[in-house]
Design a protein around this ligand. Structure first.
Ligand code: ASP
Length: 317
Protein backbone atom coordinates (compact mmCIF):
# COMPACT_ATOMS: atom_id res chain seq x y z
CA UNK A 1 0.00 0.00 0.00
CA UNK A 2 1.02 3.63 -0.40
CA UNK A 3 0.35 6.56 1.90
CA UNK A 4 0.84 10.29 1.42
CA UNK A 5 0.37 12.98 4.08
CA UNK A 6 0.70 16.74 3.62
CA UNK A 7 0.60 19.73 5.95
CA UNK A 8 -0.03 23.38 5.25
CA UNK A 9 1.34 24.91 8.43
CA UNK A 10 0.40 25.24 12.09
CA UNK A 11 -0.95 28.30 13.84
CA UNK A 12 -4.16 29.90 14.91
CA UNK A 13 -7.35 28.88 13.13
CA UNK A 14 -8.87 32.33 13.53
CA UNK A 15 -6.01 33.86 11.56
CA UNK A 16 -7.02 31.81 8.57
CA UNK A 17 -10.54 33.15 8.57
CA UNK A 18 -13.55 31.10 7.46
CA UNK A 19 -13.42 32.46 3.89
CA UNK A 20 -10.01 30.91 3.32
CA UNK A 21 -10.93 27.49 4.61
CA UNK A 22 -12.17 26.20 1.28
CA UNK A 23 -9.07 27.52 -0.51
CA UNK A 24 -6.82 25.75 1.98
CA UNK A 25 -8.79 22.59 1.47
CA UNK A 26 -8.54 22.85 -2.32
CA UNK A 27 -4.80 23.57 -2.17
CA UNK A 28 -4.08 20.57 0.05
CA UNK A 29 -6.31 18.35 -2.11
CA UNK A 30 -4.47 19.39 -5.28
CA UNK A 31 -1.13 18.62 -3.62
CA UNK A 32 -2.34 15.20 -2.48
CA UNK A 33 -3.65 14.42 -5.96
CA UNK A 34 -0.33 15.46 -7.53
CA UNK A 35 1.57 13.05 -5.29
CA UNK A 36 -1.06 10.34 -5.47
CA UNK A 37 -0.94 10.23 -9.29
CA UNK A 38 2.73 9.29 -9.08
CA UNK A 39 2.24 6.73 -6.30
CA UNK A 40 -0.65 5.12 -8.22
CA UNK A 41 1.63 4.75 -11.23
CA UNK A 42 4.25 2.99 -9.10
CA UNK A 43 6.32 6.14 -8.53
CA UNK A 44 8.61 6.57 -5.55
CA UNK A 45 7.83 8.20 -2.21
CA UNK A 46 10.55 10.70 -3.09
CA UNK A 47 8.80 11.69 -6.33
CA UNK A 48 5.49 11.97 -4.49
CA UNK A 49 6.69 14.29 -1.73
CA UNK A 50 8.50 16.48 -4.24
CA UNK A 51 5.38 16.80 -6.41
CA UNK A 52 3.08 17.48 -3.44
CA UNK A 53 5.35 20.16 -1.99
CA UNK A 54 5.96 21.78 -5.40
CA UNK A 55 2.18 22.08 -5.86
CA UNK A 56 1.90 23.85 -2.50
CA UNK A 57 4.86 26.10 -3.37
CA UNK A 58 2.93 27.21 -6.47
CA UNK A 59 -0.19 27.99 -4.43
CA UNK A 60 0.05 31.59 -3.13
CA UNK A 61 -2.01 30.74 -0.06
CA UNK A 62 0.82 28.83 1.59
CA UNK A 63 4.03 30.11 3.14
CA UNK A 64 6.34 28.43 0.65
CA UNK A 65 7.37 29.43 -2.85
CA UNK A 66 4.87 31.98 -4.16
CA UNK A 67 3.08 33.47 -1.13
CA UNK A 68 6.00 33.07 1.25
CA UNK A 69 6.02 35.34 4.29
CA UNK A 70 8.43 38.27 4.03
CA UNK A 71 11.55 39.15 5.92
CA UNK A 72 11.74 42.43 7.80
CA UNK A 73 13.33 43.86 4.62
CA UNK A 74 10.29 42.87 2.57
CA UNK A 75 12.02 40.12 0.60
CA UNK A 76 11.17 36.45 0.23
CA UNK A 77 13.89 34.03 1.37
CA UNK A 78 13.02 30.43 0.80
CA UNK A 79 14.13 27.21 2.45
CA UNK A 80 13.41 23.59 1.55
CA UNK A 81 14.64 20.08 2.20
CA UNK A 82 13.93 16.59 0.93
CA UNK A 83 15.12 13.23 2.23
CA UNK A 84 15.04 9.70 0.86
CA UNK A 85 14.49 7.12 3.59
CA UNK A 86 15.88 4.26 1.54
CA UNK A 87 19.37 5.68 0.91
CA UNK A 88 19.39 8.32 3.69
CA UNK A 89 20.39 10.79 0.98
CA UNK A 90 19.19 14.32 1.58
CA UNK A 91 19.17 17.68 -0.18
CA UNK A 92 18.50 21.08 1.36
CA UNK A 93 18.57 24.71 0.25
CA UNK A 94 18.17 27.90 2.23
CA UNK A 95 17.96 31.62 1.65
CA UNK A 96 17.20 31.14 -2.03
CA UNK A 97 15.47 34.06 -3.67
CA UNK A 98 15.03 33.14 -7.30
CA UNK A 99 14.35 29.45 -7.87
CA UNK A 100 10.62 29.01 -8.45
CA UNK A 101 10.40 25.67 -6.65
CA UNK A 102 12.97 25.35 -3.86
CA UNK A 103 11.97 21.72 -3.23
CA UNK A 104 12.95 20.81 -6.79
CA UNK A 105 16.35 22.39 -6.21
CA UNK A 106 16.72 20.42 -2.97
CA UNK A 107 15.99 17.26 -4.98
CA UNK A 108 18.78 18.17 -7.44
CA UNK A 109 21.18 18.65 -4.54
CA UNK A 110 20.17 15.24 -3.20
CA UNK A 111 20.65 13.56 -6.54
CA UNK A 112 23.50 15.35 -8.24
CA UNK A 113 25.85 16.77 -5.63
CA UNK A 114 28.12 15.21 -3.04
CA UNK A 115 26.74 17.86 -0.64
CA UNK A 116 23.58 18.02 1.44
CA UNK A 117 23.02 21.73 1.98
CA UNK A 118 23.44 24.73 -0.37
CA UNK A 119 22.57 28.31 0.59
CA UNK A 120 22.07 31.77 -0.84
CA UNK A 121 23.11 33.07 -4.22
CA UNK A 122 25.25 30.04 -4.93
CA UNK A 123 22.20 27.84 -4.50
CA UNK A 124 20.20 29.98 -6.93
CA UNK A 125 23.14 29.81 -9.35
CA UNK A 126 23.11 26.03 -9.05
CA UNK A 127 19.38 26.07 -9.88
CA UNK A 128 20.22 27.93 -13.10
CA UNK A 129 22.91 25.36 -13.87
CA UNK A 130 20.35 22.59 -13.44
CA UNK A 131 17.95 24.33 -15.83
CA UNK A 132 15.32 24.90 -13.13
CA UNK A 133 12.92 27.81 -13.58
CA UNK A 134 14.17 31.08 -12.08
CA UNK A 135 11.88 34.00 -11.30
CA UNK A 136 12.42 37.51 -9.91
CA UNK A 137 11.96 37.76 -6.14
CA UNK A 138 8.75 39.76 -6.72
CA UNK A 139 7.13 36.60 -8.10
CA UNK A 140 6.99 35.21 -4.56
CA UNK A 141 5.59 38.36 -2.94
CA UNK A 142 1.81 38.65 -2.67
CA UNK A 143 -0.30 41.61 -1.58
CA UNK A 144 -1.50 39.60 1.46
CA UNK A 145 2.04 39.02 2.70
CA UNK A 146 2.94 42.68 2.19
CA UNK A 147 -0.12 43.63 4.24
CA UNK A 148 0.85 41.17 7.00
CA UNK A 149 4.32 42.64 7.19
CA UNK A 150 2.92 46.17 7.34
CA UNK A 151 0.47 45.16 10.09
CA UNK A 152 3.32 43.63 12.05
CA UNK A 153 5.42 46.76 11.69
CA UNK A 154 2.52 48.90 12.81
CA UNK A 155 1.73 46.76 15.85
CA UNK A 156 5.36 46.74 16.87
CA UNK A 157 5.49 50.49 16.54
CA UNK A 158 2.51 50.60 18.90
CA UNK A 159 4.27 48.22 21.25
CA UNK A 160 1.67 45.50 20.77
CA UNK A 161 3.06 42.03 20.36
CA UNK A 162 0.74 40.08 18.10
CA UNK A 163 0.18 36.61 19.47
CA UNK A 164 -1.70 33.60 18.29
CA UNK A 165 -4.16 31.92 20.63
CA UNK A 166 -1.69 29.13 20.95
CA UNK A 167 1.08 31.51 21.95
CA UNK A 168 -1.02 32.56 24.90
CA UNK A 169 -1.29 28.98 26.09
CA UNK A 170 2.45 28.53 26.42
CA UNK A 171 3.65 26.57 29.39
CA UNK A 172 6.64 27.47 31.50
CA UNK A 173 9.73 25.94 30.00
CA UNK A 174 13.43 25.45 30.31
CA UNK A 175 15.87 27.89 28.85
CA UNK A 176 15.45 31.37 27.46
CA UNK A 177 13.15 31.59 24.50
CA UNK A 178 11.68 34.24 22.28
CA UNK A 179 9.54 32.83 19.54
CA UNK A 180 8.47 34.89 16.59
CA UNK A 181 4.77 34.98 15.90
CA UNK A 182 3.82 31.69 14.28
CA UNK A 183 3.69 31.97 10.51
CA UNK A 184 0.91 30.11 8.79
CA UNK A 185 1.34 27.96 5.80
CA UNK A 186 4.74 26.29 5.79
CA UNK A 187 4.24 23.10 3.79
CA UNK A 188 5.47 19.55 3.99
CA UNK A 189 4.81 16.01 2.82
CA UNK A 190 5.72 12.50 3.91
CA UNK A 191 5.08 9.35 1.93
CA UNK A 192 5.41 5.59 1.85
CA UNK A 193 5.40 4.03 -1.61
CA UNK A 194 4.24 0.57 -2.69
CA UNK A 195 7.75 -0.80 -2.15
CA UNK A 196 7.79 0.37 1.46
CA UNK A 197 10.24 3.22 0.91
CA UNK A 198 9.74 6.45 2.82
CA UNK A 199 10.49 10.11 2.00
CA UNK A 200 9.92 13.54 3.52
CA UNK A 201 10.02 17.10 2.20
CA UNK A 202 9.39 20.53 3.74
CA UNK A 203 9.35 24.03 2.24
CA UNK A 204 8.90 27.45 3.83
CA UNK A 205 9.41 31.18 3.65
CA UNK A 206 10.30 31.11 7.36
CA UNK A 207 8.60 33.39 9.87
CA UNK A 208 6.90 36.71 9.24
CA UNK A 209 9.26 39.64 9.65
CA UNK A 210 12.29 37.46 10.35
CA UNK A 211 15.73 39.01 10.09
CA UNK A 212 17.19 38.47 6.65
CA UNK A 213 19.50 35.46 6.83
CA UNK A 214 17.52 33.66 9.52
CA UNK A 215 17.03 29.97 8.74
CA UNK A 216 14.54 27.85 10.63
CA UNK A 217 14.13 24.12 11.11
CA UNK A 218 12.42 23.26 7.81
CA UNK A 219 15.59 22.73 5.71
CA UNK A 220 17.62 21.30 8.61
CA UNK A 221 17.86 17.54 8.29
CA UNK A 222 16.80 16.00 11.61
CA UNK A 223 15.06 19.15 12.88
CA UNK A 224 12.27 19.86 10.39
CA UNK A 225 12.71 17.05 7.88
CA UNK A 226 13.83 13.44 8.27
CA UNK A 227 13.26 10.06 6.61
CA UNK A 228 14.64 6.60 7.33
CA UNK A 229 12.94 3.51 5.91
CA UNK A 230 13.77 1.66 9.12
CA UNK A 231 11.74 4.03 11.29
CA UNK A 232 9.68 6.81 9.78
CA UNK A 233 9.43 9.96 7.65
CA UNK A 234 8.73 13.31 9.36
CA UNK A 235 7.93 16.88 8.31
CA UNK A 236 7.33 19.58 10.91
CA UNK A 237 5.88 23.08 11.12
CA UNK A 238 5.87 25.68 13.86
CA UNK A 239 8.45 27.58 15.90
CA UNK A 240 11.58 26.64 13.97
CA UNK A 241 14.00 27.49 16.75
CA UNK A 242 12.23 25.08 19.11
CA UNK A 243 12.36 22.27 16.55
CA UNK A 244 16.06 22.92 15.99
CA UNK A 245 16.88 23.01 19.69
CA UNK A 246 15.16 19.68 20.24
CA UNK A 247 16.17 18.14 16.87
CA UNK A 248 12.57 17.06 16.88
CA UNK A 249 12.24 15.08 13.64
CA UNK A 250 15.24 12.96 14.54
CA UNK A 251 14.10 12.69 18.16
CA UNK A 252 10.93 10.99 16.88
CA UNK A 253 12.90 8.66 14.59
CA UNK A 254 15.26 7.76 17.45
CA UNK A 255 12.35 6.84 19.74
CA UNK A 256 11.09 4.46 17.05
CA UNK A 257 14.53 3.08 16.22
CA UNK A 258 16.10 2.64 19.65
CA UNK A 259 13.12 2.20 21.94
CA UNK A 260 10.85 0.44 19.48
CA UNK A 261 8.08 2.91 20.28
CA UNK A 262 5.04 2.85 18.01
CA UNK A 263 5.06 5.94 15.79
CA UNK A 264 2.05 7.56 17.47
CA UNK A 265 3.65 7.30 20.92
CA UNK A 266 6.98 8.58 19.63
CA UNK A 267 5.38 11.65 18.05
CA UNK A 268 3.20 12.34 21.07
CA UNK A 269 6.03 12.07 23.58
CA UNK A 270 8.46 14.07 21.45
CA UNK A 271 5.96 16.92 21.35
CA UNK A 272 4.92 16.63 25.00
CA UNK A 273 8.33 15.99 26.51
CA UNK A 274 10.72 17.86 24.22
CA UNK A 275 8.97 20.54 22.17
CA UNK A 276 7.03 21.94 25.11
CA UNK A 277 10.22 21.94 27.20
CA UNK A 278 11.44 24.83 25.08
CA UNK A 279 7.96 26.39 24.73
CA UNK A 280 7.72 25.22 21.14
CA UNK A 281 4.43 25.25 19.33
CA UNK A 282 3.77 23.47 16.10
CA UNK A 283 3.03 20.12 14.58
CA UNK A 284 4.29 17.02 12.89
CA UNK A 285 3.17 14.74 10.09
CA UNK A 286 4.66 11.26 10.05
CA UNK A 287 4.41 7.93 8.31
CA UNK A 288 6.19 4.67 9.04
CA UNK A 289 7.19 1.63 7.03
CA UNK A 290 3.86 -0.06 7.77
CA UNK A 291 2.05 2.92 6.30
CA UNK A 292 0.76 4.09 9.70
CA UNK A 293 0.03 7.81 9.57
CA UNK A 294 0.38 10.14 12.56
CA UNK A 295 -0.57 13.82 12.67
CA UNK A 296 -0.14 15.74 15.98
CA UNK A 297 0.24 19.36 16.95
CA UNK A 298 0.13 21.51 20.05
CA UNK A 299 -0.78 24.71 18.20
CA UNK A 300 -4.35 25.91 17.88
CA UNK A 301 -4.62 24.31 14.45
CA UNK A 302 -2.67 22.61 11.71
CA UNK A 303 -3.89 22.23 8.14
CA UNK A 304 -3.23 18.72 6.89
CA UNK A 305 -4.53 15.90 4.76
CA UNK A 306 -3.77 12.39 3.65
CA UNK A 307 -4.59 9.77 1.09
CA UNK A 308 -3.66 6.08 0.91
CA UNK A 309 -4.24 3.24 -1.52
CA UNK A 310 -7.10 2.14 0.80
CA UNK A 311 -8.49 5.43 2.08
CA UNK A 312 -10.08 8.28 0.16
CA UNK A 313 -8.50 11.68 0.51
CA UNK A 314 -9.14 13.37 3.88
CA UNK A 315 -8.40 16.96 4.76
CA UNK A 316 -8.55 18.90 8.04
CA UNK A 317 -8.11 22.67 7.99
N1 ASP B 1 9.14 26.14 10.97
C1 ASP B 1 9.17 27.26 10.06
C2 ASP B 1 10.40 28.10 10.37
O1 ASP B 1 10.73 28.25 11.52
C3 ASP B 1 7.96 28.12 10.11
C4 ASP B 1 6.64 27.39 10.14
O2 ASP B 1 6.58 26.17 10.12
O3 ASP B 1 5.60 28.06 10.16
O4 ASP B 1 11.00 28.64 9.47
Amino acid sequence: MYALVVHGGAGSRSERGPALTEQYRAGLAAALRAGQRLLEAGGSALDAVEAAVAALEDDPLFNAGRGAVLTVDGTAELNAAIMDGMSLRAGAVAQVRRVKNPVRLARRVLEQLPHVFLVGEAADAYAAECGLTLVPNEYFITAERRAQLAARAQSRAQGVELQTNADQQRQPARGPHAHPRAALGTVGAVARDERGNLAAATSTGGTLGQRSGRIGDSPIIGAGTYADDECCAISTTGHGEAFMRTVLAYDIAARVRYRGDPLALAVEQAINERLTLVSGLGGVIAVDARGDIVVRHNAAAMAHGHVTSNLELQITV
